[in-house]
Design a protein around this ligand. Structure first.
Ligand SMILES: Cc1cc2nc3c(=O)[nH]c(=O)nc-3n(C[C@H](O)[C@H](O)[C@H](O)COP(=O)(O)O)c2cc1C
Length: 305
């Protein structure tokens, strides 16, 4: 039994397509849900106005993961609303819309407009590390500002709001507490880590056009596990645990740290879009072997030892 729940939103299984991976159109979101078995799908983060993002190369792989500096490219909210509407109508699983803004006030406006498309959850991305120069420090680095963004979004929607946090902070539990007190219905953690850099030694220069990029994939999993563990200790709201989850065992690990669902991003590149169904059968196999009959039974169990 793989069912789980995120702030009243029911999922048939705990695998969630992470934002920015495949979820660039309504059709791709529907495909991941209907053909690849994801329990919920998150769209790419959308802003008020179109953003071109960074020039290529924007993504490279290294030994233990990936570096990306896509730069939050998106067509802007007006173009994107029909994509979310299409996904909501056809995916058959909860659709999570992801929003971000360059100013605190923008978040309210985007939340209000995206709500018209009726997504199951609104995820608020205040954690992207590769657009630093433009936006200053990500809003998720400061408990006060993270709380202000949460309150503005909550004021502008009735849809459950999940705040996406960064692990690039000294005390993620404190940030989680602030967003919970400000009315967040849940937390997604974590976004990419770093930023990091890779240099082409023949060309004698950084590979990414942006020079640095957010790190994701297997190498960041221990950071994600610790972040979720700390958040679970600090708040009562549900967590979508994301960061380096590639197998059923990884998904179980983040659930045992305290997550109610497992976000999956980079693993789509490593194992293909079928990764969601694969992770579900690997989880079921572990649960049968270990005598677990529900996700709830395993959630946060690592805190009891
Ligand atoms: C190519 C790429 C694009 C991403 N775009 C977004 C985005 O638009 N919004 C967002 O909140 N996170 C974005 N992320 C972060 C992922 O949603 C996820 O939090 C992170 O990659 C860690 O999970 P993973 O190790 O499973 O990839 C992106 C990640 C990658 C690799």
């Amino acid at each position: 039994m793989l069912e789980t729940e995120l702030a009243g939103v029911k999922l048939q299984n705990p695998t969630v397509l992470a934002s920015g991976i495949l979820g660039v159109t309504g059709a791709s979101l529907v495909r991941v849900a209907t053909q690849n078995g994801a329990g919920a799908v998150t769209a790419k983060s959308v802003s008020l106005k179109e953003r071109k993002g960074h020039p290529t190369p924007v993504l490279i792989t290294y030994e233990h993961g990936m570096l990306n500096a896509v730069g939050l490219s998106n067509p802007g909210i007006d173009e994107f609303i029909p994509e979310i509407e299409y996904a909501v109508k056809n995916a058959g699983v909860p659709v999570i819309a992801s929003i971000f803004g360059s100013k605190v006030t923008e978040f309210g406006e985007i939340a209000k407009r995206i709500s018209a498309a009726n997504p199951g959850i609104i995820e608020v991305n205040i954690a992207c590390p590769n657009v630093d120069d433009e936006f200053g420090r990500p809003f998720s680095y400061d408990p006060g500002i993270a709380g202000v963004v949460t309150r503005i979004v909550k004021k502008n929607t009735k849809i459950p709001v999940f705040i996406k946090l960064s692990a690039n902070v000294t005390n993620i539990g404190e940030i989680a507490k602030s967003v919970q007190e400000s009315g967040a219905d849940g937390i997604t953690a974590i976004n990419t880590v770093g930023p990091g850099m890779a240099i082409n030694i023949e060309a004698r220069k950084p590979i990414l056009s942006n020079k640095s990029g957010g790190m994701s994939g297997p190498g960041i999993k221990p950071i994600a596990i610790k972040a979720v563990y700390d958040i679970y200790k600090s708040v009562k709201i549900p967590i979508i645990g994301t960061g380096g989850i590639s197998t059923g065992r990884d998904a179980i690990e983040i659930i045992m740290a305290g997550a109610s669902a497992a976000g999956i991003g980079s693993a789509v590149y490593y194992r293909g879009p079928g990764v969601f169904s694969k992770i579900c059968s690997e989880m079921q196999e572990f649960m049968d072997k270990e005598g677990f009959s529900s996700i709830k039974e395993m959630r946060g169990i690592a805190h009891e030892k």
